[in-house]
Design a binder for this molecule. Structure first.
Ligand code: SF4
Length: 404
């Protein structure tokens, strides 16, 4: 299978807004399920899905179903939802279909349903193998749930799976982080995503931090954790292909590569955000309003904007620099009309002198030291491209959409 992703590829992001409970660090739109009837949302989801897929002018290559936690659906409803997805995308050559799963929400029946109805990849939010750290993150599952979930996934025949881990948790030590990494690697995931904890606006952890009830991780310790992770996983045969993502050969996440290559993706579900060329849009972040709008208007788009050429180019710069392979200068020129060597001459000279980036004739990429200061590197480069006022240039904090 050709694993290359180009700007001709199109992704489909699906957002399921329910979780068992709300994790303390999560700012994605998700609400606790609490025995709610999901039938009206499933009906609206099917309408949204059909119309969004019908309006795609390219073939969809990848599907990513996140949220929220899609695997909170009971098996019969999971079958219904997957049936809708399969029907809507049956004319598209789907190369990868990822579903987000929480370790406590996977069982044999659901795993068989996933395989039967087209899911090819599972992303499991393990986050830590220490109960005190999971409690600090306000996660419901236990460390024991993770190997059991992986056993079930593998037994069902899914060989592409990812484990998410978080470092920089208050109270976490370098040793406990290294132990979590080792426990994850023992489960032989072909892909690992390792994110630094961020304190997002409005989350429970951010409130506790502001009140002084918890302490943030020391910055130097967090940098040590990042490098320990990189070095350990590379020794274990994983390739770091993005700031936070590691894969065995042939197991990079094709859907997330579309984001990082600043490609186009369609979006379905409450709060789902999409980007098609220079049009960015987001569905309403309210389940009842989403259902009402879909049933009355056929869509639930709350925000829609045309992105200016400079902003689109800056987004491309920010996303592509996340890739360890770096930014292809000729490709960037072709896509944006911007010659970075000429337009960012001063920043490139400063960053090269500081050994934060390497620039050869074809690529611009961050060094090991630069990866630790990705925000600074991006800001320096972007500042010479005249970013529109109010545009966030924060690169390290950005996680891909969806996280169970
Ligand atoms: S982190 Fe994942 S499981 Fe937790 S509330 Fe957010 S989407 Fe749900």
């Amino acid at each position: 299978m050709n694993k290359e992703i180009s700007d001709h590829n199109l992704g489909l992001y699906l957002h399921w807004p329910f979780c068992e409970s709300k994790c303390g660090y999560c700012d994605f739109y998700s609400v606790p399920l609490k025995g709610r009837d999901v039938a009206p949302l499933l009906d609206a989801f099917a309408i949204d899905l059909r119309s969004r897929v019908a309006e795609c002018d390219k073939q969809i290559d990848t599907i990513f179903w996140g949220g929220g936690t899609p695997t909170t659906l009971e098996d019969d409803n999971l079958s219904i939802a997957l049936g809708h997805i399969q029907n809507a995308t049956s004319n598209h050559p789907i190369r990868e279909f990822t579903i987000e799963a929480n370790p406590a929400t996977v069982d044999e029946r659901k795993a068989a349903t996933l395989v039967d109805l087209g899911v090819t990849r599972v992303s499991l939010g393990a986050q830590s193998f220490h109960q005190n750290e999971l409690s600090a993150l306000e996660r419901l599952h236990t460390p024991r749930d993770v190997p059991e979930a992986i056993r079930i996934i593998r037994a069902a025949g899914i060989t592409h799976y990812n484990i998410d881990l978080i470092f920089g948790i208050g109270g976490q030590t370098l040793a406990s982080w290294q132990e979590s990494l080792a426990r994850a690697v023992e489960l032989e995931p072909p892909h690992l995503a390792c994110y630094g904890l961020t304190y997002e606006h409005g989350t429970s952890l951010t409130k506790q931090l502001k009140l002084g009830h918890i302490e943030a991780c020391d910055e130097q310790l967090e940098a040590d954790m990042f490098l320990a992770c990189k070095d350990y996983l590379e020794r274990c045969g994983y390739e770091q292909y993005e700031l936070s993502n590691y894969a065995k050969p042939g197991h990079q996440c094709l859907h997330n590569l579309i984001y990082w290559k600043n490609g186009s993706y369609q979006a379905v579900g409450p709060s789902a955000a999409g980007c098609l060329g220079n049009i960015r849009f987001k569905n309403v972040s309210d389940i009842n309003e989403y259902i009402r709008l879909i049933n009355s208007n056929g869509h639930a788009i709350a925000d829609r904007e045309i992105i200016g050429e400079t902003e689109r180019a800056l987004e491309g710069l920010m996303m592509r620099m996340r890739l360890i392979d770096g930014l292809d200068l000729a490709d960037f020129l072709r896509c944006t009309g911007i010659n970075l060597i000429e337009n960012c001459r001063n920043a490139i000279a400063r960053l090269t002198d500081s050994e934060l980036i390497v620039c050869d004739e074809s690529k611009l990429r961050m060094t090991r030291r630069g990866l630790l200061m990705a925000d600074t590197v991006i800001r320096e480069l972007a500042s010479e491209l005249d970013p529109p006022s109010g545009m966030s240039l924060n690169v390290v904090a950005s996680r891909p959409i969806g996280d169970a």
